[in-house]
Ligand binder design. Structure first.
Ligand code: ZN
Length: 324
């Protein structure tokens, strides 16, 4: 069963919105585009792999994508895919970067080879080992059994080549192409006979990890050299990026290209505010960002969105539920 489906990661959405809301000649744009490209590629790899997890899926499994839980020492760690079963668990780290990658099993150095020079990368085998160690600690802290377990690094991109400076059996056994995910799950289902969790226990474990999940959000203003004043405000036309004007309570139009939209476009624009600034807004801030003249209109937009309200009267603020 897929108990936590794959969704578009919030940082990817944040970067898409940020790119759209910066002036086209902003000096940080190349850096933001590079980061966006990396995250888009990473997510594409997860989407490719998702297919194979769906093929292998069965009632005795609990498959969780993008789970981010708190280690006993208080910091969060994320697993691309966690597969739970009554008898075992597996952790998968998905890699989608094209090109040739070289691993030195002695020094653990992982390098992307390139025509203009080699670039250091995080060693995915070390990454998945740390995740596995932290997940065991997470289970132990809750006095839960640690079942048999496996960890894999998945090559989701057909155009990527992996090489090692010296043979290493352990590394070779952990490295799989996306197509092999199905076989790895089937093998584990057949070979691990010792039951560590009852059927109910597995369901409880799934609920526990889901309850501890906390989605990662980027603090864009500390990540990139940008300021809050750099952000372009207003309801932007999806076709020509011009700031749109509110015709009445329910209609916005673009004076440049003539595009007309209903209130949805204002809700989308405010959603972008939440993704970028990640803080609650009051009606005045909503009016300012959307360039509205009516407080009533701002309230109408805020109330139609999936927002959570805090405070009363003049101190009332609203925040997007998805980001809490
Ligand atoms: Zn337009």
């Amino acid at each position: 069963m897929i108990t936590k489906p794959l969704t578009t990661p919030i940082p990817l959405l944040q970067l898409q919105v940020l790119k759209r809301r910066l002036p086209s000649l902003h000096p940080s744009l190349p850096l933001i585009e590079q980061s966006l490209q990396l995250r888009t590629s990473g997510h594409k790899g997860e989407t490719t792999s998702e297919y194979y997890f769906k093929v292998a899926d069965s009632d005795d499994l609990s498959i969780l994508f993008g789970l981010r839980i708190k280690s006993p020492k208080g910091y969060y760690f994320q697993m691309d895919v966690l597969v739970l079963h009554q008898n075992f668990y597996q952790i998968y780290e998905i890699k989608n970067e094209a090109g040739t990658h070289l691993l030195d099993p002695e020094t653990k150095q992982y390098t992307k080879l390139g025509p203009t020079g080699d670039e250091n990368r995080k060693n995915p085998f070390e990454q998945v080992s740390i995740q596995n160690y932290l997940f065991k600690e997470w289970l132990k802290l809750r006095q839960l059994p640690v079942p048999s377990n496996e960890q894999f690094v998945v090559k989701a991109n057909r155009n990527s080549i992996f090489k090692m400076t010296a043979p290493n059996k352990e590394i070779t056994s952990q490295f799989i192409p996306a197509e092999s995910i199905v076989q790895k799950i089937l093998n584990a289902q057949q070979s691990y006979k010792h039951q560590h969790y009852s059927q109910v226990g597995l369901k409880q474990l799934t609920q526990l990890v889901l309850g501890d999940h906390n989605e990662y959000k980027m603090n864009l203003f500390s990540y990139f050299p940008i300021t809050e004043q750099d952000i372009v405000t207003g309801v932007l036309c999806p076709h020509c990026s011009q700031v749109m004007k509110a015709k009445d309570l329910n209609h916005w139009n673009c004076v440049k290209c003539g595009f007309v939209s209903d209130i949805c476009i204002a809700k989308e624009a405010l959603k972008e505010h939440f993704y970028i600034f990640q803080r609650p807004v009051n009606t005045r801030e909503c009016m300012e960002f959307l360039k509205l003249n009516s407080r009533y209109q701002a309230l109408r937009i805020l109330k139609q969105m999936h927002t959570v309200k805090t405070g009363n009267h003049k101190d009332t603020k609203y925040f997007l539920k998805d980001l809490m």
